[in-house]
Write a protein that binds this ligand. Structure first.
Ligand SMILES: [Zn+2]
Length: 240
């Protein structure tokens, strides 16, 4: 178990503009930060000092984009701050008003310094007004953070395709992209002509031409209502 200074551990994962703030923030706590192998269930977690440990222990998944990493780190430091302030036996809910106050206080200078892109700062502000805050299924925040994910090799976002472009999703279905409708893209499935709405942030494989698909019937079926393509976008692990 190394005891490298937390800021040295987290620096490579942060947006560069946030490093000075984080360094200042972390200096106020006795913290041990560990970069964890990506977990499916949580982005990070916090454990307070316990027998044999004088420090707070925070872990954060290694595969987060810089803004998701920063948000998760601040979220977990807010747990440490809450524990420090309310430790005298009083039980506080993990994401109750006490935690929220600490998170807001930690967030304020970062937002004030313009470290976060405007849309993300707005999503965080909305998230703080939501009684279910950052806790369980804060999809608005998850989607705002997903926007900064790097595309896997050879993939592009559905919303970045030109109209009429063909693409394939994980799992094999191929589509032709139509116009963007709010957060989703209207698409037609190759072979069946069925209309789908595909989330604009989904990473897909662009195709040079329409793939030859074994048509199930010669007549393309057009449904009156389009169906949603169910793929995970912004519904990954939660804050711990
Ligand atoms: Zn939490």
């Amino acid at each position: 178990m190394g005891n490298a200074s937390p800021v040295i551990v987290v620096r490579p994962f942060l947006p560069p503009a946030a490093v000075a703030h984080v360094e200042l923030l972390l200096a106020g706590y006795d913290l041990h930060v560990r970069i964890a192998r990506p977990r499916r269930t949580k982005l990070g977690d916090h454990r307070p000092p316990a027998t044999g440990w004088t420090a707070h222990r925070i872990s954060i998944n290694a595969n987060l984009n810089p803004y998701a990493f920063l948000t998760t780190l601040l979220h977990e430091v807010a747990h440490a701050a809450t524990w420090e302030r309310h430790r005298p036996r009083r039980r506080v809910r993990p994401h109750g008003p006490e935690w929220k106050r600490e998170f807001e206080a930690i967030l304020a200078p970062v937002v004030g310094a313009g470290v976060l892109p405007d849309e993300l700062a707005a999503a965080l502000a909305r998230s703080m007004r939501n009684p279910l805050a950052a806790t369980c299924s804060d999809r608005g925040l998850a989607l705002a953070l997903a926007r900064y994910d790097e595309p896997p090799p050879g993939r592009v976002r559905v919303e970045d395709l030109v109209e009429g472009a063909f693409f394939r999703v994980e799992g094999g279905q191929a589509f032709r992209a139509d116009r963007q409708v709010r957060t989703r893209r209207k698409c037609f499935e190759c072979g069946t002509g069925r209309e789908y709405r595909v989330h604009g942030l989904l990473f897909v494989e662009p195709l040079d031409a329409e793939p030859t698909v074994m048509a199930r019937s010669s007549q393309p079926r057009r449904r009156k209502t389009s169906r949603r393509l169910r793929r995970r976008v912004g519904s990954g692990p939660r804050f711990g």
